[in-house]
Design a protein around this ligand. Structure first.
Ligand code: COA
Length: 150
């Protein structure tokens, strides 16, 4: 099985949108319109990377650039969405997607990477630590915060 990793573009919009719907399933704070808009915005800003099996997207990572006004992680590159479809999990795809982000050059203003995760998915702390992140406490909403130097 050969998985190809690359930056996603507008042609990938539908696939990324469908996976984002799966990732955000159960989150009542976001409408499908919100999800579509955030995918479109990230694609437009070149902030999405995908993993493809043949021509099918089986995983993606989507980032946001946080400016100095952001409460938890000012001036950082935030990993906002990371998703791998069930059949391809635990084969290193998620880690490779994070590596795509880590090896990208971002404007100097954004000088570290950030991410949060639900404490119930406890394995994610180890997952991000294995990608070089360090724990940095919790958000007001109770999610685990992690950051990594560029
Ligand atoms: C999180 C997710 C992207 C990981 O993708 P993946 O392709 O399975 O991850 P990898 O195969 O690259 O795993 C990397 C490491 O994490 C570990 N890991 C991954 N999933 C795990 C799980 N469910 N339980 C325990 N460890 C796990 C792997 O064993 C591996 O460790 P190693 O490098 O020491 O071998 C995937 O499980 C997913 O899409 N989950 C649902 C969405 C989600 O929670 N996204 C994260 C939002 S912050």
């Amino acid at each position: 099985m050969e998985i190809n990793y690359s930056r996603a573009n507008r042609r990938d919009k539908q696939d990324v949108y469908e996976l984002s719907l799966l990732l955000n399933k159960g989150d009542d704070t976001k409408t499908t319109k919100d999800i579509e808009e955030s995918v479109n915005r990230a694609l437009k800003n070149n902030l999405v990377w995908s993993a493809k099996d043949e021509d099918r997207i089986i995983g993606y990572v989507l980032c946001e650039l946080f400016d100095e006004t952001q409460l938890n992680f000012p001036n950082s590159i935030f990993i906002s969405e990371l998703y791998v479809v069930d059949a391809f999990r635990k084969q290193g795809v998620g880690k490779e997607l994070v590596k795509m982000v880590l090896s990208n050059k971002f404007p100097k203003k954004y000088y570290y990477f950030s991410v949060t995760h639900d404490p119930k998915a406890f394995y994610l702390t180890d997952f991000y630590k294995s990608c070089g992140f360090e724990e940095k406490g919790i958000t007001n909403a109770g999610n685990i915060k992690l950051t990594r130097k560029i």
